[in-house]
Ligand binder design. Structure first.
Ligand code: SAH
Length: 493
């Protein structure tokens, strides 16, 4: 549940069946949080009644998405929550040729295993590796990046986070009803739209969760019905909260299924009474049957409609729909490294592609001749322009558009750029963009990525076309999850 992008406060998939692990429930039934050490279950079925074969396996290594790999009858089985070196009893289910494994009982436990502090861990899926120590998480991410980047250069040691919880400055909570017709709010269970009622997500900002709980408690008395995806009835779909970790400013976005929100003034007043720390409240209208959280239409119900936060010594104004890195502590390390890799002398023309609200470009502007930012999301571009004014930056320009198209046009006009800093969404960049980078011939390309797999693809393209990867820095921006951020430095050969 990390990035990204654009309006992409995306839910984790469609209304598919849950694919993984009853381990959680099993544990709950055992009344403890750790791996089940209970008796061998002989029924050979999981909590969903899915029949399978019980087998004893030993895990040899991890997949890049943090699952344990074991061998069973000559086949490779991926088992979520199983760690290298562990011996365990698993339930094997087959679908066609595919075999999948579910952890039932750990027989010999790894020293890398810890009890996940979150009681919803095995059900939720937002985090995938809370069962690993911090050290093991870092080692796992380092190994993943090392393997992926083998064709290029040995990556630097990963920058980990000292306090790897409470870090998210953005949270979204889904609302609905349980079978007793009580209002519930929480995260979706893995691969479904089934809400797991929860009061606290350990990677969220604690204040954000407090506010969500207050809202949950207010809905009944204000006669605000949660939206029902199946019947299309009800009003409140989600609550999105953004917190300025340094400024303390807080934005609450009430995502509703229709624009009509009866009693909204009283609702807003009551919420502000409970939480005077809230600095702005918005209503976002999402009428579509979609897995995107936010819709187009937006109304400011209180405050200025944006929050401001400080990052890298500058102030940034952030809209509801603009992308802003979710872990500001690690973002400062990431940006610091990216700007260091750009080796700016004060004269260069720097392109900040996929620039969001302009953070990287504006922070780099002090060390650059001039900065050109390009970004697709209109609200983010508006924020970037405001942000350059707010910080008195005179040498930066921001443009709205597709980064690939923008670069093609720059190359066609024979314009010049010394350094390209790029930070595309998870899908990576595209050929239009990369081929134009090659035409523009910047001396350096600094590639920030939240998905090393697509980054590897793009690095291969750049290496084939005149660039050399000189350094790679992994940064743990998303502790407890399998995601890892990387920044690569490329120089013109
Ligand atoms: N560099 C910024 C944003 C990175 S997230 C930061 O560090 O905060 C990636 C950004 O790419 C998002 O803001 C998203 O809106 C934008 N984006 C996605 N597709 C794009 C495209 N085709 N052209 C330009 N920007 C795009």
């Amino acid at each position: 549940m990390n990035k990204r992008k654009n309006l992409s406060h995306k839910k984790s998939g469609n209304k598919r069946k849950r694919s993984e692990n009853s381990f959680s429930k099993q544990q709950k039934n055992h009344g403890r949080g750790g791996p089940s050490k209970g008796k061998r279950s002989s029924d050979g079925a999981n909590q969903r009644g899915q029949k399978g074969i019980t087998a004893e396996v030993t895990c040899t290594r991890l997949t890049h998405d943090g699952k344990g790999i074991a061998q069973w009858e000559g086949k490779q089985v991926e088992v979520p929550h199983l760690l290298p070196g562990e011996k365990a009893e698993i339930l094997i289910t087959k679908r066609g040729r595919d075999v999948s494994g579910e952890l039932k009982r750990v027989i010999a436990s790894s020293k890398d295993r810890v009890e996940p502090p979150c009681p919803y861990f095995y059900e939720c899926g937002g985090c995938q590796i809370q069962h690993m120590t911090n050290l093991a998480q870092g080692r796992f991410k380092q190994q993943t990046v090392n393997e992926l980047m083998k064709p290029f250069v040995k990556p630097e040691p990963i920058m980990t986070m000292e306090h790897p919880y409470d870090y998210r400055n953005k949270s979204h909570t889904a609302f609905g009803m349980n079978q007793q017709r009580q209002i519930i709010g929480g995260m979706y269970a893995m691969n479904t739209h089934r809400i797991i009622p929860m009061d606290r997500c350990l990677i969220h900002d604690p204040k954000a969760d407090e506010i969500v709980n207050t809202i949950k408690g207010m809905l009944k008395s204000f006669k605000v019905q949660p939206y029902n995806e199946d019947t299309g009835r009800g009003l409140l779909r989600h609550v999105l909260i953004k917190v300025g970790k340094v400024s303390g400013e807080i934005m609450v976005v009430l995502v509703t299924a229709s624009s009509e929100f009866k009693g909204k003034n009283n609702f807003v007043k009551a919420l502000r009474n409970e939480h005077p720390e809230i600095t702005t409240i918005l209503q976002n209208v999402n009428k579509r049957d979609t897995s995107m959280v936010l819709g187009e239409q937006e109304k400011v119900l209180f405050g200025k409609g944006t929050i401001t936060d400080t990052l890298g010594g500058l102030e940034f104004e952030i809209s509801a729909k603009s992308f802003y890195q979710i872990n500001p502590v690690q973002t400062e390390k990431l940006y610091g490294k990216a700007i260091e890799m750009a080796e700016l002398s004060g004269k260069e023309t720097v392109i900040d592609a996929y620039c969001g609200i302009g953070t990287i470009g504006l922070i780099a502007s002090k060390q650059a001749g001039n900065v050109i930012g390009v970004e697709l999301n209109k609200d983010a571009v508006r924020d970037s322009i405001r942000n350059s004014k707010r910080n008195g930056v005179k040498n930066a320009r921001f443009y709205q558009g597709d980064a690939g198209q923008f670069m093609v046009e720059m190359a066609a006009r024979n314009e010049k750029a010394d350094v390209v800093i790029m930070d595309p969404p998870r899908s990576g960049s595209d050929e239009a963009f990369l081929s134009s980078v090659v035409k523009l011939k910047p001396k350096k390309v600094v590639y920030v990525s939240c998905n090393p797999e697509t980054q590897v693809r793009d690095l291969h393209y750049l290496e084939k076309n005149g660039y050399k990867v000189e350094a790679i820095q992994p940064v743990d921006m998303f502790p407890q999850t399998v995601h890892v951020e990387t920044v690569a430095k490329l120089v013109k050969k």
